[in-house]
Design a protein around this ligand. Structure first.
Ligand code: ADP
Ligand code: ZN
Length: 595
């Protein structure tokens, strides 16, 4: 009961999310904890709340400088004494933090793993009354994770210096292998192990064939005008190109990749965090540093390299629990590019891993199975057959039997000795009369002109799908000539079916099911409240979402509180924030209602 009271007082929430209470109770009873929870699952409260219950200070190990500042700002805004120490502080700032620390003023201290690796640092910490250690983003410990950081290995010393202090590890990545590594390296002692469901019910997944990628991206953004979104591209060049294009179309977008000067990167990320721009185009270098809650969509302009990466990147949408969209655009060409890199890898084990990842990813995009079910199965969870919130389950796609067309293409490949590339094979099937066709006497083939009723882009699509479904390959070592694989022969000889997924032309419209409660609240009031939030955030030098999340503002639009006790009923309003922000918002709502 005491825990729930603290939850409302400090964080403004009435009820715990799944698993939160169990984790918090275990920590306060002195247990070690391993918790895998999806992004947005509410991990921060799992260590911030026990920190308040204990005497002394809680150490939070967190990998990213940018994220740390945000988390500290957020805690302070909730009235929790928190600070961080990392390389971004001047020595005066750091000594101020140490002096607060030694005088017992702090409840939470965020540290980077590099700090702990400094000679003598653990010994220094031993003089402090440390209640427990929270290790955030704990998958950074594991070489199996997608974001291994050697500095994290140093955390194995925590138990050596603090054998009796609880350690709680948190991660949003939960393959079993990573879990095992974390428990082993941190030497967790009979930990409470919590694996939350990795389902993100607020995310709508959609995959489309990549045709004119920039136009597709633009169309999607126009359908989500004014909303915040991230666009991931594989190469820096494409990041730049996409950002430039969107800017030229009047969309507020900026690039982010490791090739930009650090100052520009920080500036661009900051503008995105503070709602000054809508779109950030980024390589996957962008992400861990993002704490923004109201990202409404994530677009992948290229096929990601692994399901794990895809899950993490799409996971940045909808952290406030509000419905959000994930669009993946991909083509057979993407697969070839990744394959090309894999072919050049030396380490055999790495190569096998990368290949398995690619197969899994392209199957995710091409097979006719609920996207959510596939993602959950990747994390060893069972999904339902119809989630109702992905393109497959909402009938935005239609499954078409394309076996005859596939046979036309593969017959042309086989009859020409598996020596030619896609363009020439398409010319044959379409019945073209090119120099090359004449030279090789390809008009004589039975398949010449067998597909002249369909367009070249149709045939290009069939070839892409054949590649994706592992029926044929493009042989990069032989001028990209197409060759049949065993599965292709099965299809060619009629022993196996071949389906393609045809998109409804306006697939995006299926989103209407998601337009959450749009009618239930007053849009004008919401913009008023957003303006008030922007002003308060600007005044305090913090991003708007730290003041209140969009979800909290929407709740405010529904409740329309006119006094303190009503204001406290709004989800996300705790006592400290009531004091900080209540007057401004209540005043705004009163004015709006004409009092
Ligand atoms: P994570 O670190 O797991 O990605 P956060 O800790 O940032 O997630 O939480 C995501 C959002 O959910 C935050 O806005 C947080 O305030 C909110 N939240 C956390 N716990 C609860 C709860 N019990 N009820 C409502 N909202 C919550
Ligand atoms: Zn589904």
């Amino acid at each position: 009961m005491k825990l729930q009271k603290l939850l409302k007082e400090k964080f403004g929430y009435k009820n715990f999310r799944p698993n939160q209470e169990e984790i918090i109770s275990a920590i306060t009873e002195g247990s070690d904890v391993f918790a895998a929870m999806p992004t947005g699952g509410g991990k921060s409260i799992c260590y911030q709340l026990p920190a308040l219950v204990f005497e002394g200070v809680t150490i939070v190990v967190s990998p990213l400088v940018a994220l740390m500042k945000d988390q500290v700002d957020e805690a302070v805004d909730n009235g929790i004494e928190a600070a961080f120490i990392n390389s971004s502080l001047t020595s005066e700032e750091a000594s101020a933090v140490y002096s607060d620390l030694y005088s017992g003023k702090l409840k939470l201290l965020y540290l980077s793993p590099e700090r702990l690796a400094l000679e003598g640092y653990y010994e220094k910490l031993q003089n402090l009354p440390i209640s427990f250690f929270a290790v955030d983003e704990a998958h950074c410990l594991s070489e199996w994770g997608h974001d291994f950081r050697p500095d994290y290995l140093n955390l194995s010393k925590i138990k050596k210096y603090f054998p009796d202090t609880p350690v709680a590890a948190f991660t949003a990545t939960a393959t079993k292998q990573v879990q095992k590594d974390i428990i082993r390296i941190l030497k967790l002692d009979k930990p409470l192990v919590v694996r939350a469901s990795f389902n993100r019910p607020e995310l709508f997944y959609r995959v489309e064939r990549k045709e004119k990628v920039l136009l597709q991206i633009e169309a999607f953004i126009k359908d989500h005008a004014g909303q915040a979104g991230i666009i991931y591209r594989t190469s820096r060049k494409d990041v730049e190109k996409t950002a430039e294009y969107l800017k030229s179309r009047g969309i507020k977008a900026l690039p982010y990749h490791a090739g930009l000067p650090q100052k520009t990167r920080i500036k661009n990320q900051d503008k995105f965090n503070r709602d000054k721009i809508d779109i950030i185009c980024a390589t996957i270098a962008f992400g861990m540093g993002i704490n923004k809650l109201n990202v409404r969509f994530v677009i992948h302009g290229d096929l990601p390299r692994s399901m794990e990466g895809y899950y993490q990147e799409t996971g940045r949408a909808g952290r406030d629990g509000v419905e959000s969209h994930c669009l993946l655009l991909y083509s057979g060409g993407d697969m070839m590019k990744i394959q090309y890199h894999i072919d050049r890898m030396d380490d055999k084990k790495e190569k096998e891993k990368a290949e398995a990842n690619l197969r899994r990813m392209s199957s995710f995009a091409s097979v006719n199975v609920c996207r959510r079910k596939q993602l959950l199965e990747y994390f060893d969870e069972k999904g339902e057959d119809n989630c109702g919130l992905c393109d497959i389950c909402t009938d935005a796609v239609e499954r078409v039997n394309a076996q005859v067309d596939a046979q036309k293409i593969m017959s042309a490949i086989l009859r020409t000795g598996e020596l030619f590339g896609a363009a020439h094979i398409i010319d044959i099937v379409c019945g073209a009369d090119t120099e090359k066709i004449r030279k090789h006497n390809h008009k004589e083939l039975k398949t010449w002109g067998a597909g002249s009723d369909m367009s070249k882009s149709w045939w290009r699509g069939i070839i892409d799908d054949l590649i994706r479904q592992d029926a044929i390959i493009k042989d990069a070592s032989q001028y990209n000539s197409l060759k049949l694989k065993p599965k292709g022969r099965e299809i060619l000889f009629g022993r196996e079916a071949f389906y393609i997924i045809k998109k409804e032309s306006q697939a995006v419209k299926a989103s209407s099911a998601l337009e959450f409660d749009a009618k239930n609240f007053d849009e004008d009031l919401l913009s008023e409240l957003k303006a008030i939030r922007a002003e308060l955030a600007g005044g305090r030098g913090i991003p708007p979402y730290i003041v209140f999340s969009d979800k909290t503002l929407k709740d405010m639009c529904i409740i329309k509180p006119l006094d303190n006790s009503a204001f406290l009923r709004v989800s996300g309003v705790g006592e400290h924030k009531l004091g900080l922000y209540g007057p401004a918002f209540i005043d705004g709502i009163r004015k709006y209602l004409g009092y």
